[in-house]
Design a protein around this ligand. Structure first.
Ligand SMILES: [Cu+2]
Length: 68
């Protein structure tokens, strides 16, 4: 499992938006977004470039941080 920091989420709608966006990436599964921790966790079915993850988060108006 990996986690990516997601800055700028303020309510459950933000969590839903990020969850939906990440679920839209082929090869990700078990996406789980935490407002409290300001991060999203996920598993990869096949390796996904971190840049792709960050791009998707940025595109919907949030600020991605470190992936770990
Ligand atoms: Cu919100």
């Amino acid at each position: 499992m990996k986690t990516v920091e997601v800055k700028g989420m303020s309510c459950p709608h933000c969590v839903a938006s990020v969850t939906k966006a990440l679920n839209g990436i082929e090869d990700l599964k078990n996406v789980s977004v935490s407002l409290e921790k300001a991060e999203a966790s996920y598993e990869e079915i096949n390796p996904v470039d971190e840049a792709k993850i960050k791009e998707v988060i940025s595109k919907i108006g949030f600020e991605p941080g470190a992936v770990k």
